[in-house]
Design a protein. Structure first.
Length: 278
């Protein structure tokens, strides 16, 4: 399906797929080979492309099929109002999309909210997940613990309150990184364009439980990344994963915020490719 002319020029548009649940989910797919599905985080204007654009080409070049879905409520996917945005909703619609495009078993790569989605699918549907790559995953602390983090406080108060203009969005995005120069004009434009389409309920009514008690049910290999300057997900969460998941390893990164895959893209891509190959 091609993009109608009234859609913004960026982020790039891929395909929309109507799901059995009635929702439409947008995705992009690049390359061929074993499937690696990248699941983005939340926040104003978030999309899969903006989260992972530095990681697509290396994996495609190494012979993988990279799938970039926009979760319900984000990117160019459906953004229903009058509902709670639960972890179950994110997982069930994503699984519907993967089934529709013929991805029955894959590697899941999840950042923040996407990490919680990846963990939940690995816990409930282990037959679907070959390996997990997690970058500062959500869903492993209490809601109170997350909302005490300075980045989440500013994100929620701004988005649900008066909303963000372009400069307010830029300041928020700079909280996601250690080095603010990573928030360039292209990233601000991509996020701002999607933000114009996004109802406030997406964040105001998001419900993500603490999956800590279920983490020992993750039996597949896990590779994690965490920036020690993360203002959104406490870096101490890495120990929970290491203690609960028997086949796990975590890369801790200095001078890094919430987006390891962006701020340390070369290191991230190299570790991920080695993890997938071995």
């Amino acid at each position: 399906m091609s993009a109608p002319t009234d859609r913004p020029a960026t982020p790039p548009f891929g395909e929309l797929r109507k799901l059995p649940s009635g929702y439409e989910l947008h995705y992009q797919a690049r390359g061929s080979g074993p499937a690696v599905v990248f699941i983005h985080g939340s926040g104003p204007g978030a999309s899969a492309y903006s989260n992972f654009k530095q990681n697509i080409a290396p994996l495609v070049g190494a012979g993988y099929r990279v799938v970039l879905p926009d979760l319900v409520g984000f990117g160019y996917s459906a953004k229903p109002t009058g509902i709670d945005y639960t972890l179950e909703l994110f997982c069930s619609t994503l699984l519907e999309l993967l089934e529709a495009i013929g991805v029955h078993r894959c590697v899941l790569v999840g950042n923040s909210l996407g990490g919680a989605v990846a963990l939940k699918i690995a816990i409930d549907h282990p037959e679907r997940v070959e390996k997990l790559v997690l970058m500062a995953p959500g869903g492993i602390e209490t809601r109170e613990r997350y909302f005490a983090m300075p980045g989440i406080q500013k994100m929620v108060s701004g988005f649900v309150g008066a909303g963000f203009d372009r400069e307010g969005l830029r300041r928020l995005l700079q909280l996601l990184v250690f080095d603010p120069t990573f928030v360039d004009e292209a990233l601000v434009e991509e996020r701002f364009n999607i933000l114009q389409l996004q109802p406030k309920e997406v964040l105001a009514r998001m419900v993500v439980p603490d999956l800590t008690p279920d983490l020992p049910r993750v039996r597949c290999p896990v590779l994690g990344f965490w920036g020690i300057e993360d203002q959104f997900c406490p870096a101490s969460g890495h120990e929970k994963l290491l203690r609960a998941c028997p086949d796990s390893r975590i890369v801790m990164l200095a001078r890094c915020g919430h987006w390891a895959q962006l701020e340390h893209a070369e290191v991230f891509n190299r570790y991920v490719l080695d993890f997938l190959a071995h």
